[in-house]
Every structure is written in C-alpha cells, then in structure tokens.
Design a protein around this ligand. Structure first.
Ligand SMILES: [Zn+2]
Length: 489
C-alpha cells in the first residue's frame, strides 16, 4: 500500500510539472492564416505573362555528358535583357562558364562598409520524360496560363520562377529609383539540376578569388509549409540552415558459377541482396535534435493540447516523439541519414549460378554524419568480407548556418511582414541546391522561397504538372522587394 502511495504521489507531481510546462505555451486559438498579397491585378498579369514566356525557352539540363543547348540558354539571356531593361541599366552582368549569370547591383556609396548579400536561383530545369508527357494537363514547355490563373510548365516552381521573380524585383526597384546601401548580387546557375559544378561552383570560386565575402546568401530549398508537420494546422515558415550530403554505395560479391541444380548455401546474387537488406533493415536512429526541437516549440502554441503536452515536456517525451514523428516520411528525412536500397544487378539465366551480384544503396547524409562514417557503418552491418563496399561519388553535408546571423533575422522579419504573424523556424534541406557551393564565401547560407507548400506540391516539383498560381507567383516579387528594401535600403 505504501509503495502505491509513493507511486501515486510521483505521478501526481509528474502530471503537475507537465501541465505546468504546457500552459506556458499558450494556445494560439484559431489556426493562423496567411495575409493576402497586395500587388494590383494588372501588374500580376504582366508578371505572370513574363514567367509563361520564360517557361517556353527550353533551358533543360539533360545529363552531365550532354552540353547545354546553346541556342536556348542564349535565348533566355536575351529574354532577360529585353524584358528587364531598367534592371539591366543598373546591374553589372557577367556570363560565367558560357551560361551562368552573375549580376551585381553596386552599392550607391562605393565605400559602403556593409558586406554584400546574394540571391540565388537557377535557370535550368529537369527534362520531361517522353513517357510522362501524356499526363500533363498542359504541355510542359507551352507556358500556358489557364482561365483559373495557373501558370503551367516546367520551371514554374523549380526554379525559373525564382529567376523571373528576382528580375521582376530588380526591375521594379530600379524603376522606383532604389539605391542599395550595399552590393547586391543575383547569381543564376545554369546546371543546378546536374550538381552546379560548372555554374554555382565556378561563380563561388571566382568570388572567393576576388575577395568577395557575403553577409548572407539566400537560395531555394525550403518554404512555408501547410499540413506537413503532423497535427499543425497553421502555416509554418521554415528557413533552412543547411543541406544534407549524399553518397551511393555499391555492395558487390563474386562467387563460383555453375549449374543451379547443385548450389552452395549462397550465390553472388544472394550475398549482394543480403547486404542491401542488411543496411535497409537497420536505419539510422531518428534524432530529435535542437533544430527540430526549436521547430516543434515554435509550432507548439498551434498544436492540440495533448501534442502541446508532449512538446512542452521533451525531457520526458523525446524518445516517444522521435518514434511518432518518424512515422511521417517527410519528418523522418529531417531526423536522420536516410537509406534507400535502389538498384540490384545479377544473373543471366534462371538455371545458371551468377558469378557476380551487386546492390546499390543511396544515402542522404544528415550533417551529423559523414561519407566516411556511412561507409564504415555499412561495412559493419554487412559484416561479410566476401562483399566489397565501393563508394560511388558522394558529397558531405554542408555547414549549418546560424539562427543568430543577420541573414536569418532579415529573412524571418520579411516573412512576417509579407505573410503575417506565423511561426518561423529553422530546418534542414534534404535535397541538393546550388547554395551548398557558397559555404566558403558567406557568413550564412539560407534556403527559403516565399511559396506555400502542401504535401502534394512537394511531389510535383520534379514531377508531372508543375504549375503555380499567378497570385502566388506575384507574391514572390512582393517578398523579394521587401527583403531587399530591408537588407539594403
Ligand atoms: Zn531547384
């Protein structure tokens, strides 16, 4: 009886502490909604028509061993020149590696002591597979604006939309007589979809050689999320501080061939398959780190009570929450290095023992892990010296930029100015962007696009029916204009 009393007392204390911590996170009441945009309709239509025209120019990145289409990229350069004359009158333009564009808007005062800032975007787009063409509502390079105001086509979101939005912003600011108090760069890569080695990487190196060092850089790679964090009804703006690395590993095995009627206990195929399954079945642990905790805490006031209770008491609930959050594929990707067994090759005939087998596994590396540690862990998990582990390329995760930097503050303030009082939180980008090449030339590298994304929008980015509503597009111009006035006004 006595022991029960103690337990009862302890539980009461626990509940009291938990509720106490929870009520500190006052519920926000109604789910937050976004402020409406302000641009007038005729301006919006003009901006939309410019994006549609830009989509018609096929600046496609096909493959590393295929040169960019010279005529299309040059047509795109010419399109920018003729469409944005006021911007081109104030910007210094350089063409890098034949197709990338480096624009500099010099500070009004040449002796400005403020470090420059850079806005990044890429003008190349991924190809549209022949087989998928029929599934598009509008042809991917037709640049159609439908009756509902949707601008259709490849690049409308990723990422020609950003190039056009930034040029529209420069045009508007130039016409308004805006004079920046620091250098502003617009850096447009032409090969982001192939890794950015000829575009962004070359521009970053050149800037470094010239002694240019940015206070901050902003690229695509995150957005305003709706319905992505489980249980969160309000929109959440996530500014990404870094991005994951990646590497593929090949697990290969050799074995004696022969007739399949008298096999050993394994074949080259089974060894390779087993290795792939060994890593796939042993995922990296899901970790609720400080950044994710900051995200959850910022979201907490918008969550229902029970979830708020959990978030407010991470000291107790961390491991339960880790498990719970990882049930969402999107959240899971933020929490660990992902493992995807993607390819297998072995065998030539049903009744012949294969002499060779291989499995390929693709990893997306969380900043807390490295390419070397991924190789080491895989080798340990496979624990078979007959399986050879070979690294296929690979790149490390980037640095994580600071939430205390000037860039984070200015971007967060502009988000609230444009979209209203929504939570702004740090995050991690799980795909690659051009911005990773700029780690060495900036105090902070951030990723955020002024776009509102639901779960289905994420799937459309490299997929079928990429499109954006003209109001959502014009809103990017509004955002970038406020951002530049705030940063350099
Ligand atoms: Zn992109």
């Amino acid at each position: 009886m006595r022991i029960l009393k103690y337990i009862g007392g302890a539980i009461f204390l626990l509940v009291a502490v938990m509720v106490g911590r929870t009520v500190v996170l006052v519920p926000a009441g109604e789910a937050k909604t976004l402020k409406v945009a302000n641009l007038d309709p005729s301006e919006t239509n003009k901006i939309a028509a410019n994006l549609a025209a830009a989509i018609r120019i096929k600046t496609v990145s096909f493959a590393l061993d295929r040169a960019p289409d010279d005529a299309e990229f040059k047509a795109f350069h010419a399109f920018l020149e003729t469409t944005y004359p006021a911007a081109h009158a104030v910007l210094n333009k350089e063409i890098i590696s034949d197709y990338s564009l480096m624009y500099r808007w010099p500070a009004a005062n040449a002796n400005s002591s403020k470090k420059p800032v850079a806005l990044l975007a890429h003008m190349d787009v991924v190809p549209v597979p022949e087989t998928g063409l029929g599934n598009w509502t509008e042809a991917p390079f037709a640049g159609v604006i439908d009756a509902g105001g949707n601008i259709w086509g490849r690049g409308s979101v990723d990422n020609k939309g950003s190039v056009i939005a930034l040029m529209e912003t420069a045009e508007r600011l130039a016409k308004a007589g805006f004079q920046p108090d620091r250098d502003i760069y617009f850096l447009f890569g032409h090969d982001e979809e192939l890794g950015g080695d000829n575009g962004a990487a070359v521009m970053a190196k050149l800037l470094q050689e010239r002694g240019v060092h940015f206070s901050w850089v902003l690229d695509e790679g995150s957005a305003i999320a709706v319905d992505i964090v489980p249980g969160l009804k309000s929109p959440l703006a996530a500014i990404s501080l870094g991005e994951k690395g990646s590497v593929s590993l090949r697990f290969s095995a050799k074995a004696k061939g022969g007739h399949s009627s008298a096999p050993k206990s394994y074949t080259a195929a089974s060894l390779a398959a087993k290795a792939g399954v060994a890593v796939m079945d042993n995922p990296y642990p899901y970790i609720l780190d400080d950044n994710l905790a900051a995200l959850l805490l910022a979201a907490a006031p918008e969550l229902p009570f029970v979830r708020r209770l959990a978030v407010a008491n991470l000291w107790l609930t961390r491991s339960v929450l880790e498990e719970k959050l990882a049930e969402s594929q999107t959240m899971a990707a933020f929490m660990h290095t992902t493992t995807a067994f993607t390819m297998m090759k072995s065998g030539t005939k049903t009744n012949i023992l294969p002499q060779y087998g291989e499995a390929v596994v693709n990893y997306r590396i969380h900043p807390r892990d490295t390419v070397a540690s991924v190789v080491e862990r895989a080798t340990d998990l496979i624990a078979n010296e007959n399986v050879k582990v070979t690294r296929l390329g690979g790149r490390e995760a980037t640095n994580m930029s600071s939430v205390d930097g000037e860039g984070y503050r200015v971007i967060a303030e502009t988000i609230r100015e444009e979209f209203g009082d929504i939570p702004v939180v740090p995050t991690l980008t799980v795909q690659g962007t051009d911005s990773r090449h700029y780690d060495g030339v900036a105090d902070g590298v951030y990723r955020f696009g002024p776009l509102v994304f639901g779960p289905e929008d994420l799937q459309r980015i490299h997929g079928t029916n990429e499109h954006i509503h003209k109001d959502a597009f014009a809103r990017q111009v509004e955002f970038f204009e406020k951002l530049l006035r705030r940063a350099a006004g």
